[in-house]
Design a protein. Structure first.
Length: 350
């Protein structure tokens, strides 16, 4: 049973008119079972463990962290591709009278959820695995239109051609197949498919990590142009911290299923407060030999703990270079607003 989480004390008091997606106490635990015939649950992998944040209309919220920290699972759970273990995900949508209200996604099923999927889409990480090799480009991009019974066949064909032009592809490519395209072109096809139903919210799950460096900037510029033109809102999941600073308005740093720091992009990069954020940023190379020579790298020791058995107290206490007594006691520190809009979960800071 999924319960709606109460309003946490870890969010700024903002005008609800600006908020498009509201996430509260989101958890996704994957069960660990034992036994061949009679399987019983003996534990759980806490991939996402009590995550709360807001995403504002028209902004790009970056979600960063090491591999396996729960970034992609968070994005998929928000879109209800994974059913959450607990928590609340609300998306603002207009009713029949044109009045905008938050709608709870975690309790939606069947036709109601299918209708809401028109408002939220996903751009997948792997442009090779996310496109059906047996379908032409035209059928791939028009598939959402057919599923939701939007437009007639002739209108769909014209609309698909306009979408391909919008993402920088030749509209005459509609009868070609995915194997005939490069990685960057395939990702553009995936973007066109995500735009087909005119969504307001898109989860971009590391959309450039599988592409050549020379192509990454083109795809990022395309996403920015589309956001400005179509008033899109992004949750941008990524590894590349320098790219995140370029494209994102705010950045959330994730570690072992929890958000450890959340702040405006420039504020986070200029004044990182959490030791994990500081370590991540110290690994980003600076294109200046003199500055790079003087910089001090923060090398974290040890391995990331198992999400099936996280440490007691702060999740980061096994690797933190400034850990002390309270870090090992009680529960994980919650997000506290250190300065306006800058949230951090660290005993040293709070």
């Amino acid at each position: 049973m999924i319960n709606s989480a109460p309003e946490p004390q870890t969010q700024s008091k903002t005008n609800d008119k600006d908020v498009l997606v509201r996430v509260r106490g989101l958890k996704k635990h994957f069960p660990i079972t034992s036994g061949i015939i009679f399987q019983r649950q003996v534990g759980a992998v806490k991939a996402v463990d009590d995550v709360s944040f807001d995403i504002y209309k028209g902004e790009t919220l970056g979600l960063v962290g090491e591999s396996g920290c729960g970034k992609s699972t968070t994005g998929r759970t928000i879109l209800q591709l994974y059913k959450p273990t607990d928590g609340s995900v609300q998306l603002k949508d207009a009713d029949e009278g044109g009045q905008e209200n938050f709608k709870e996604l975690t309790t939606m099923k069947g036709e109601d959820l299918r209708k809401m999927r028109r408002r939220m889409q996903m751009i997948f990480q792997d442009p090779y695995a996310s496109l059906n090799p047996r379908m032409s480009v035209g059928r791939i991009v028009s598939e959402p239109l057919r599923i939701h019974n939007v437009m007639g066949r002739k209108e769909q064909e014209e609309y698909v051609e306009s979408l391909l032009e919008k993402v920088g592809l030749n509209p005459y490519y509609v009868n070609r197949y995915p194997h005939e395209f490069s990685g960057g072109q395939r990702q553009r096809i995936g973007i066109a498919r995500a735009l087909a139903l005119e969504p307001s919210f898109i989860v971009a799950d590391e959309p450039i990590s599988a592409l050549d460096v020379s192509i990454q900037a083109q795809v990022v510029n395309l996403l920015e142009d589309l956001q400005e033109e179509l008033n899109l809102t992004y949750l941008f999941i990524a590894h590349d911290l320098s790219m995140v600073r370029h494209i994102c308005d705010r950045v959330a740093v994730m570690y072992l299923g929890k958000i450890v720091e959340l702040a405006p992009s420039d504020e986070l990069y200029e004044n990182p407060l959490h030791p994990y954020t500081q370590a991540l940023l110290s690994a980003v190379p600076v294109p200046d030999p003199l500055i790079e020579k003087k910089r001090q790298r923060i090398i974290l020791t040890g391995d990331v703990p198992s999400p099936a058995n996280p440490p007691t107290g702060c999740n980061f206490n096994t690797r933190c270079p400034v850990r002390f007594g309270p870090c090992f006691q009680g529960e994980d520190p919650g997000l506290i607003e250190y300065s306006p809009g800058h949230w951090v979960a660290c005993h040293r800071v709070i």
